[in-house]
Design a protein around this ligand. Structure first.
Ligand code: NAD
Length: 435
């Protein structure tokens, strides 16, 4: 099939590479000239396992191209997938400016198009957004929804760090539409991806991603609080949660149930906040969900307190992005902790193999330069240099390259947030604190 993808960030870049891999003809559209150029030279706009191979392959076999020209993309494709950002406003509402801008562009393009066009909203949007996008497209195209074009709510469930694998193996493929032709077109597009198609109403599809992500956040903070209690009792919380997940009456997946550090990233914080704001705006009380954010913040406070208690000044961070396998720093809890410690005058050294300043591009480069330019100075691409310069080492990612740190660099405090060493404690040559 012929498909255009609006927004070539984490979701759009992965979708573009994966759809081209499945034999579809893909035209990516972005407002960033550098991202368009990157795709057109066979390079991904993000750091993510296997995506470099897929983008290069799509580029070489002529199935993948990118453009700044929305009209060209719409006129030469049958489906447009919208995957632009939907960031939070300060109050927790969604900023839908990017979505509506794309709707205007698609509407303009449809003026010139005779054939029926399907528009799939892949970005995470609150209920009612597809309706509004449809109205914008009608206004700008002068054409009627469900006559000349139709909308499908098709939320994305991939997780950064395993995005390509997740793309090809989604838990479900959710399609919310009021037009059968749109559903059929999307089922065709995804026909060679093995997962159950779930067809539903648009508003149900729209709210699903918020419900799922809020539940993931709830699982994380629950496991972290169990971890905090267990630690106070000198009980191994990972053993506790492993056994907890075996309870067949709970029938619960172990994903997100490992006690550890705070959640972060571009989705869980934003989506949990958006669901809370939706409830508040509608005077719905949600005491359990309301406290997820507090609990998550508390986990960061604990780390800051533990570092301060150690009484050392030179602190090293191994892993800055919100999880391993991605360069994404948006809402990374580690960035938050680093900023707090910097504010208290600590000397900070940071190593993250996916955040090497000379190599970063795309969304993450824009983020570093606009939101956290002050941290660039503390980021090094030399692991040895960072560990040697630090008295306390906070390990935020699991990585093979960290394995020999306790033995190799003695005399340090190692705060292991990710069970890198399966529960390190005192060794005489180093002090291990495991989460
Ligand atoms: P991103 O910021 O990485 O990418 C968005 C892209 O849209 C950017 O490249 C930006 O330049 C581009 N853009 C902005 N305006 C445009 C326009 N008018 N035309 C074309 N391109 C335009 O965002 P992301 O992380 O890929 O997230 C996109 C959406 O998908 C969000 O709603 C997010 O909540 C959702 N989502 C993200 C993930 C994830 O893991 N990142 C997973 C599932 C769902």
């Amino acid at each position: 099939m012929r498909v255009s993808i609006f927004g070539l960030g984490y979701v759009g870049c992965v979708s573009a590479g994966c759809l081209a891999e499945k034999g579809h003809r893909v035209i990516g559209v972005d407002v960033s000239e550098s991202k368009v150029n990157q795709i057109n030279s066979g390079k991904p706009t993000i750091i993510e396992k296997d995506i470099d191979v897929l983008i290069m392959k799509g580029h070489e076999n002529g199935l993948l191209e990118a453009t700044l020209d929305a009209t060209y993309a719409v006129l030469n494709t049958d489906i447009s997938i919208i995957s632009v950002g939907t960031p939070s406003t300060r109050e927790g509402h969604l900023n839908l400016d990017y979505i509506f801008k794309v709707a205007e562009e698609i509407g303009e393009a449809l003026r010139e198009k005779e054939e029926f066009h399907v528009i799939a909203i892949r970005s995470t949007v609150l209920p009612g957004t597809n309706e509004k996008v449809g109205a914008v497209i009608e206004e700008f195209s002068g054409k009627k929804r469900n006559e000349s074009f139709a909308l499908v709510s098709n939320p994305e469930f991939l997780r950064e760090g395993s995005a390509v694998k997740d793309y090809f193996n989604p838990p479900i493929t959710l399609l919310g539409s009021d037009d059968k032709r749109a559903i059929d077109a999307m089922e065709n597009l995804y026909s060679n991806i093995s997962s159950e198609f779930v067809e539903t109403d648009i508003r149900v599809a729209e709210i699903m991603k918020y419900v799922n992500n809020t539940y993931h956040a709830l699982k994380i903070v629950f496991a972290n609080e169990v971890g905090n209690i267990c630690k106070s009792q000198n009980i191994d919380s990972h053993k506790v949660m492993d056994i907890f997940c075996k309870d067949t009456q709970l029938n619960i997946s172990p994903y997100y149930f490992k006690p550890g550090f705070a959640y972060g990233g571009s989705c869980l914080p934003k989506d949990t906040k958006a669901l809370m704001t939706l409830a508040r705006d509608n005077y719905v009380k949600i005491p359990v969900i309301e406290h997820i954010i507090d609990s998550n913040e508390h986990q960061k406070d604990r780390l800051v307190e533990i570092v301060i208690e150690k009484g050392k000044r030179n602190i090293g961070f191994l892993g800055l992005s919100f999880k391993p396998g991605t360069d994404d720093l948006r809402n990374s809890p580690m960035v938050d902790v680093v900023e707090r410690l910097l504010g208290k005058g600590f000397n900070i050294n940071i190593y993250d193999k996916n955040v090497k300043l000379s190599e970063i591009t795309g969304t993450n480069k824009e983020y570093i330069e606009s939101k956290i330019p002050h941290l660039q100075h503390f980021i090094s691409s030399d692991l040895d240099e960072v560990v040697k310069a630090s008295d306390v080492i906070v390990v935020g990612h699991r990585a093979v390259e960290f394995e020999d740190i306790p033995e190799k660099y003695t005399g340090r405090v190692i705060i292991d947030l990710v069970r890198m060493w399966n529960g390190i404690e005192y060794d005489g040559s180093y002090e291990g604190i495991s989460w």
